[in-house]
Design a protein around this ligand. Structure first.
Ligand SMILES: Cc1ncc(COP(=O)(O)O)c(C=O)c1O
Length: 348
């Protein structure tokens, strides 16, 4: 027997996630917050005693959930926190559908949604975006699956789904609907108010993007209390570590003005970058997130050439309906200018 005899064939077929060019000086590949972390973080970490680290944190991140509930205006029983929204999405896939069931996922969308589905023995049913780069709502409603995943603003395209389309899905789809709002702060859109009318909705959020805490791994779901309790049951306690819980609670209470300033700058720089790229003949997709998707001829080659100049972007090989593309995180303007200069150097 070799170790290979013990692996699950379906799991062996899944490629492990690999970050783009991790050694580049300028990393525009992962849509994190390029302005850094919010101001209250340092003091909270400095105040933490070693004693707090020697003990387990609260079993379900109670204090942080209270803070998050205040931030989104929902009761705390509706909030479940986890180790990044990756963990939350993974837990949802395990909580409500059985191995062998199918989950409908727009294509292209957040690649880990399909991965988590497959790891849980589910069948991802990929439904191509329409030519306008929106989810095919009718196809999703009629897909006959048990669960739908939607992402708004969508990664990697950046487009938002209208509230009317989401309500149409919630009212007409016979199953649970996940709305992944990892980038919600950058758009003016949230489906959270619909939770008061629809019990088949689970909204997932993260502190990794606008709140600048990707390294602490904090995500959360907002849904009916019964569903939140079921998600909690799918994993062990203590998914949110003690440092993350304290810092997470602090930033959602104390750092919202900082986040608002970052969001305003992202929007300004996103439109400026888009204009600059258009002047160079590119056609970036309209985005409501902190990134732009740029269809290009040979994405891998371009990403490698940018990496030679120490700039990391995410390359996509032949995205459905789009073809090759690179995704660029929007950051402070000097970083954007460095990216444009590098592009100019490559093209020249
Ligand atoms: C759409 C979307 N959902 C979820 C995540 C996962 O974020 P995290 O696990 O850091 O909360 C990401 C990360 O890039 C994302 O783009």
């Amino acid at each position: 027997m070799t170790p290979r005899n013990y692996v699950r064939a379906d799991l062996a077929a899944i490629k492990a996630y690999s970050p783009a060019a991790p050694n580049c000086e300028l990393d525009l590949s992962d849509n994190t917050n390029l302005w850094g972390t919010p101001p209250s973080v340092d003091a909270v970490i400095a105040e933490m005693t070693r004693g707090a680290l020697a003990r387990y944190p609260s079993s379900n991140a109670q204090a942080m959930r209270v803070a998050l509930a205040g931030y989104i205006g929902m009761p705390v029983e509706c909030v479940v926190a986890g180790c990044g929204s990756d963990d939350i999405l993974d837990s949802i896939m395990r909580a409500f559908v059985q191995p062998g069931d199918a989950v409908a996922i727009p294509d292209p969308s957040f690649s880990m949604a399909s991965v988590f589905a497959r790891v849980s023995g589910l069948r991802p049913l990929l439904i191509p975006l329409t030519p306008a780069q929106s989810p095919d709502i009718e196809a999703m409603i009629g897909s006959g699956v048990r669960m739908l995943y939607l992402c708004t603003p969508n990664n990697p395209t950046g487009g938002v789904i209208s509230l009317a389309d989401i309500e149409n899905v919630l009212g007409n789809f016979n199953g649970l609907v996940i709305v992944d709002e990892a980038y919600a702060e950058f758009s003016e859109f949230t489906a959270i108010p619909l939770l008061r009318s629809y019990e088949n909705l689970i909204v997932t959020r993260t502190l990794s993007k606008a709140f600048g805490l990707a390294g602490l791994r904090i995500g959360y779901a907002v849904c009916a209390p019964l569903l939140a309790a079921e998600i909690e049951k799918t994993r062990g306690p203590y998914k949110v570590n003690a440092v993350a819980e304290r810092v997470g609670a602090s930033v959602v209470c104390n750092d919202r003005q900082w986040v608002a300033r970052v969001v305003a700058e992202v929007r300004e720089n996103r439109e400026r970058l888009s204009r600059e790229l258009r002047q160079r003949g590119y056609e970036p997709l309209d985005s409501s997130a902190n990134f732009l998707l740029l269809p290009v001829k040979e994405a891998l080659t371009l990403a490698n050439r940018l990496a030679e100049r120490s700039i990391a972007v995410r390359a996509f090989d032949n995205l459905t309906g789009i073809g090759d593309a690179i995704r660029v995180t929007v950051g402070p303007w000097p970083m954007m200018q460095a990216m444009l200069d590098a592009l100019d150097g490559i093209v020249a």
